[in-house]
Design a protein around this ligand. Structure first.
Ligand code: ADP
Ligand code: MG
Length: 696
């Protein structure tokens, strides 16, 4: 697995800071390495031997290929330098007292990064719990419990979480190949391990617990290559961080860091789950079961209630209840007694024995409409869970169709679990979880099968757009409004005719040119929401243009006496009745870069928060998917007898906007709100953006 493999499968490990002091990290490390297939060399000048192993004075004398460092923070840099000098390329820094400690620690972390650069070191941590590689019995952590062996590789930003998971996994049939506690991620981060495990034969599933993503764009690039072959499942904490940034646009307010991460994971084909339980449910089923060929699920049960629960759960997952073919129905009728239900969910009824239940399972697994199946049983006198588990495992293997089970109960269920674990079939008490796991398989199937579309690029007038931004930059403007509409024109996003004027006379002249009535808006960088202060007048007849002009300026002055007023925009009136006011916006996430947002727009945009978010630049197919993703999608496709809006035009506007924000890093946030979507096209009637003049 490329360059990082010595971290998990070294030949010789130096433990720097090894000691016999009871309760110390240095001692726990040496003790945990007792089962290591390779050699362990304690490093501590104060000891001849540590736990019976001959010790060395210096890391430079160990000839190790991995150094695990657990010395006080102030001594770490010297150790790492010495390791680098001695040609040790892989270093795990357990010691804390770096970036997480601030001040001096942060400076120390920068020096560590510089050292890693200088000696080309693969450094884990600092502030890491350590690394585990089960194939060679490596437990270079100070966790109290070793990892059971398996094919899941696990990265965690939290060391405490690693210890908890290892403790739990041992009792739940979850086995690991490699485990890394990332610590502060000074050098190696999640992307490095995803890339590395993506090439690793022994890793069937990559699982991550993340609190942040170090370099989102790079993570997406890397993970996108890995996920079609090796599933990556991530739980990211911090979902509900309240208004992470002080945003000055709707898009900025709604496209916070967590949603940016969600967009990035989606783009990367990472399966994101919400809870730790789901994380390992997903890992277990992905490691143990094949990927289904269709979304149709068969439910076979000996009890009605749990069958209903499973059926409900099918509706909550990207699954459907499979419709059996005639042949299957005949087979079921043949084998099941009067009173049984041969339709999905199949109920073999309470007096069923193993043979009857398995005959039904066999029949449904044979059906092409069945992509996966869940076998549910309540304990009865006629069923033997031990035999049933073995039979279901056989059937699953024979048909090659993914199965989860729900053999409910306590002691009796546990008697079945060994056979199921051995077959990689997850067993749950809760039917909804058994179905949820099949749902994960279906989500992964979609990821594996999706076509990777290249971002669409359009013929645009980039120079004209640059001109608009540069002129704004020259006058020191950072907040632009409708006066910057030519920016949208340059990128081929339809806008109504309009002009910003600074006198009533000019206003009337423009109105006479573009229509009657017109719309008039105050133009001021100090007024974010024009209509909030009565700064938008819709349907202004020519004879009212003078009054409207004066009134708009007065309102602006009343609102903020020293507001900068650039003038009044006179704009062509757009017919909005037949359309839907949507929002199209862009934002820039520090980790994931430019983003595009689409949703229901107008004045209630933040109240509704009905939006979809993607990384820019967008392929048209992805832009199109955003329209379907929002809850208000039926409004666009023509609810209640309305004509559907021009969805290709909306799609194209989004993709063009994504090109704009990709081309100009100086555009920090941008809202087109509303983008009026009508049956005959789109019109961007309002614009607001924040500019970073230094990036121009
Ligand atoms: P703001 O968002 O600053 O309040 P907008 O320019 O978005 O100002 O205008 C507010 C509302 O006025 C829009 O949501 C839309 O309903 C209506 N509106 C604005 N411009 C036009 C126009 N050219 N034609 C028709 N309606 C418009
Ligand atoms: Mg608006």
């Amino acid at each position: 697995m490329g360059g990082l493999s010595p971290l998990f499968a070294p030949d010789r490990v130096a433990v720097v800071g090894a000691t016999e002091r009871p309760g110390s990290v240095g001692r726990a490390l040496v003790e945990n390495l007792a089962d290591f297939d390779g050699e362990v060399v304690p490093v501590n000048p104060n000891y001849e031997t540590v736990c019976g192993l001959p010790a060395r004075d210096r890391v430079g004398d160990t000839d190790a290929d991995l150094a695990v460092v657990a010395v006080p923070a102030s001594a770490v840099l010297d150790v790492v330098r010495e390791a680098g000098e001695a040609g040790i390329r892989h270093v795990v820094v357990i010691s804390a007292g770096f970036g997480e400690a601030g001040g001096e620690g942060a400076a120390r972390e920068r020096d560590l990064i510089a050292l890693a650069d200088e000696y080309d070191l693969n450094v884990v941590g600092p502030n890491s719990l350590g690394v585990i590689g089960t194939p060679v019995g490596l437990n270079a952590t100070f966790a109290p419990r070793a990892a059971p062996a398996g094919s899941i590789s696990f990265l965690s930003q939290s060391g405490a979480f690693v210890t908890a998971v290892l403790d739990w996994a041992a009792d739940h049939g979850v086995g690991f190949k490699d485990v890394v506690s990332l610590g502060n991620k000074a050098v190696l981060d999640e992307a490095d391990f995803v890339a590395s495990w993506g090439d690793d034969e022994g890793t069937d599933v990559i699982v991550g617990y993340l609190e942040s993503v170090e370099d989102g764009r790079r993570f997406v690039e890397v993970a996108r290559e890995v996920t079609p072959e090796t599933p990556v499942v991530v739980v990211k904490s911090g979902r509900t961080e309240a208004g992470a940034q002080a945003a000055s646009s709707h898009t900025g307010a709604m496209a916070g860091q967590d949603r940016a991460a969600a967009a990035g994971f989606r783009e990367a084909g990472v399966v994101r789950v919400d809870t730790v339980q789901e994380l390992f449910d997903a890992a277990r089923v992905l490691a143990g079961q094949p990927v289904p060929e269709t979304d149709g699920v068969a439910v076979v049960t000996n009890a009605g209630g749990p069958g209903v629960m499973a059926t409900d759960a099918v509706g909550d997952a990207p699954l459907s209840l499979a419709e059996f073919g005639n042949h299957t129905l005949e087979r079921l009728r043949d084998r099941l007694p009067e009173g049984a239900n041969v339709y999905n969910p199949v109920d073999v009824i309470g007096d069923a024995d193993n043979e009857r239940l398995c005959a039904a399972v066999d029949a449904v697994l044979d059906d092409d409409a069945v992509g996966s199946a869940v076998v549910i049983a309540a304990p009865t006198a006629t069923l033997d869970y031990g035999d049933l588990a073995a039979d279901v495992a056989d059937l699953q293997a024979r048909h090659g169709v993914p199965v989860t089970t729900c053999l409910m109960g306590g002691e009796r269920a546990r008697s079945a679990e060994d056979a199921l674990d051995a077959a990689g079939i997850p067993n749950y008490f809760d039917p909804a979880r058994a179905v949820g796991s099949l749902g994960i398989l279906s989500r992964y199937r979609e990821i594996r099968e999706r076509e990777r579309a290249e971002p669409t690029t359009y013929d645009v007038d980039r120079e004209a757009a640059r001109d608009v931004l540069e002129r704004a930059g020259e006058r020191g403007a950072t907040r632009l409004g409708v006066e910057a509409m030519p920016l949208l024109d340059a990128y081929g996003i339809p806008t109504p005719a309009g002009e910003v004027v600074d006198s009533p006379v000019d206003a009337l002249a423009v109105a006479e040119r573009i229509g009657d009535p017109v719309v008039m808006k105050i133009v001021s960088p100090d007024i974010l929401h024009k209509s909030d202060i009565g700064g938008v007048k819709v349907g202004v007849a020519h004879e009212d243009v003078y009054d409207a002009f004066e009134d708009l300026v007065t309102r602006a002055r009343n609102y903020q006496p020293d507001a900068t007023i650039l003038g009044v925009q006179v704009q062509e009136m757009v017919e909005t009745e037949s359309g839907v006011e949507t929002i199209a916006g862009t934002n820039r996430d520090p980790q994931f870069g430019p983003l595009v947002l689409f949703g229901l727009g107008g004045v209630f945009v933040e109240v509704m928060e009905d939006t979809a978010l993607r990384l820019a630049p967008l392929a048209e197919s992805e832009a199109r998917a955003m329209l379907d993703e929002i809850q208000a999608a039926p409004l666009l496709s023509g609810a209640r007898g309305r004509d559907p809006v021009d969805e290709p035009a909306v799609t194209e506007a989004l993709a063009r906007l994504s090109q704009l924000v990709t081309d100009f890093p100086a555009i920090l946030e941008l809202d087109v709100n509303p983008l009026v979507a009508r049956p005959d096209g789109v019109q961007a009637v309002d614009l607001r953006l924040t500019l970073d003049p230094d990036t121009l």
